[in-house]
Design a protein around this ligand. Structure first.
Ligand code: FAD
Length: 468
């Protein structure tokens, strides 16, 4: 594909979504395309925190230490946190990190505040512009750009979708979904407010969202039972601050998920025998995860998603030590229970919701609770998302869903259109690009994507008189 530079001052790069991905991308594009006008469109009031570090972040803890949140901006999060430590309750976090600010698992809201301040500073110094609105569709060709919810049309040389994490996908059980006892989106404002401290709760999912919800309930004084159900019943593992292990996957990644499993197990055994930790081994896979993923066929990827994904998720997306300890205490006290099984039916029984669960091993049981909360994490099937701009892009063929339903198809972040051609004006970064990169939700990967995309937009090519 021919690339064209975004150079002229009249050329606008529109970024849809002002969470972590949109913000980091805006900073990178502006750095590498200094004359371009960068315009971020964000529907919510806060600039920068997005879903993960915004309102829902309150009371939660980042699942990586502060030095791993290098956003490429000045000051770094680590330095910002050191300067603003008195704004947050950091005593326990600092004790856990032996007093080292680098190793602190900070409150998620602190990172949200940092992102917001970074955004505000950049807007004030005209690094980029910001519009608070929802982008709901694309301009019809030959124009390029987006339409906002109030009908405003914004022409652009390039549009970058950074729409991030969507609410969880429906559980596919009508009787459950139409019940007042079902909470479809735990991230919605006030979603957990109607739960009384003595209401029994069932969480569908046992990943980090379930952990967040459990701890949010506990903080709100919840005393009744919380039962978390997922097919394998796996909870995220505990983080450990440890030196990184020596990389063991360099040239020639594992040819299949089965080979990956064998190699990881071998390496973990070796590490543990040498007195090191498995966490260090898993962390060495991160930088090469994208290459491994891209070298696999669709059949391999499908097999990974079916057999290994839930294991990968719990070893890769770990809990901060004090969060893991808090959860262990709830398990030991019996307030939290984990059930491995498949929910086969749901029905209201008086004031309760009854869920039939077919446990691994074949045992069937009926669980009862006052509330059932969907904790399955962000939805990824773009055809089912309640996002007007994504639906418009799909309907007009500017983007297409990947066969594994993980997001949209891209080639080096360029959206692949319905006809299979990579776009020269429409791009995506962050969670939407999971089909291409797999690892695409954490700061290092998002920053790398933003940089690479900014480099592409700045690539010198004067063969066309406009945009990229
Ligand atoms: C609850 C949660 C906790 C997490 N915690 C961690 C963590 O501790 N550590 C870690 O490394 N990763 C964490 N992650 C991973 C997280 O996905 C990434 O770190 C990152 O926040 C993704 O940023 P994003 O900007 O792509 O998405 P989002 O944060 O979802 O931001 C997308 C933004 O786009 C806006 N938007 C969407 N559509 C439109 C539209 N049409 N018009 C205008 N605006 C629009 C939304 O309002 C939103 O603000 C967490 C994820 C979740 C969901």
């Amino acid at each position: 594909m021919t690339l064209h530079a975004v150079r002229g001052p009249k050329q606008t790069v529109v970024i849809v979504g002002g969470g972590l991905s949109g913000l980091l991308c805006a900073l990178q594009v502006r750095k590498l395309c200094p004359e371009a006008r960068v315009l971020v469109i964000e529907r919510s009031l806060r600039r920068g925190p997005g879903l993960a570090y915004g309102e829902f972040a309150s009371g939660h803890v980042l699942n990586v230490p502060s030095h791993r949140l290098a956003t490429g901006s000045e000051p770094s999060f680590r330095d910002w946190l050191a300067a603003n430590a008195d704004r947050y309750e950091l005593a326990q976090a600092l004790a856990e990190a032996n007093g080292r600010i680098d190793d602190v698992f900070a409150p998620r809201s602190a990172f949200g505040d940092f992102l917001e301040e970074t955004a505000q500073r950049s807007i004030q110094s005209n690094v980029f512009d910001w519009i608070q609105a929802e982008a709901i569709g694309f301009l019809p060709p030959p124009r390029r750009g987006v339409v906002l919810v109030d009908g405003t049309e914004l022409d652009a040389a390039a549009v970058i979708l950074a729409t991030g994490n969507e609410s969880p996908a429906p559980l596919g059980m009508e009787s459950l979904e139409r019940s007042q006892r079902h909470i479809a989106n735990p991230w919605a404002s006030g979603a957990l407010d109607k739960i009384a401290p003595d209401d029994d709760v069932i969480l569908v999912g046992t990943g980090l969202t379930a952990v967040d919800v459990t701890l949010a309930l506990r903080r709100a004084g919840h005393t009744a039972s919380i039962t978390a159900v997922s097919r394998r019943g796996l909870l995220p593992r505990k983080h450990k601050l440890c030196p990184p292990s020596k990389p063991f996957i360099m040239d020639g990644g594992p040819a299949s998920p089965a080979e990956l499993l064998v190699r990881v197990r071998r390496e973990v055994t070796r590490a543990m025998e040498a007195g090191a930790s498995w966490q260090g081994v898993i962390d060495t896979i991160r930088p090469v995860a994208r290459d491994i993923w891209q070298s696999w066929t669709d059949a391999h990827k499908r097999s990974f998603l079916r057999h290994l994904r839930s294991w990968w998720d719990v070893y890769r997306h770990r809990m901060a030590p004090r969060i893991a300890d808090g959860l262990s205490a709830l398990l030991a006290e019996g307030q939290l229970n984990v059930v491995a099984g498949r929910i086969t039916a749901a029905a209201e029984e008086g004031p309760l919701m009854a869920l039939d669960v077919s446990e691994r091993g074949g045992v069937r049981r009926r669980l009862h609770a006052h509330h059932v909360i969907n904790c399955t994490g962000p939805a990824t099937d773009v055809r089912a998302l309640p996002s007007p701009i994504i639906t418009d892009g799909l309907d007009h063929g500017y983007i297409r869903r990947d066969p594994l339903r993980l997001g949209i198809e891209t080639s080096a972040c360029a959206a692949i259109a319905e006809d299979g051609v990579a776009s020269d004006w429409l791009f995506a970064i962050g969670p939407l690009t999971r089909p291409e990169f797999w690892e695409t939700t954490a700061v290092p990967e998002i920053l790398a994507q933003g940089r690479a995309l900014a480099e592409r937009l700045s690539a010198a090519d004067t063969t066309r008189g406009y945009g990229i």
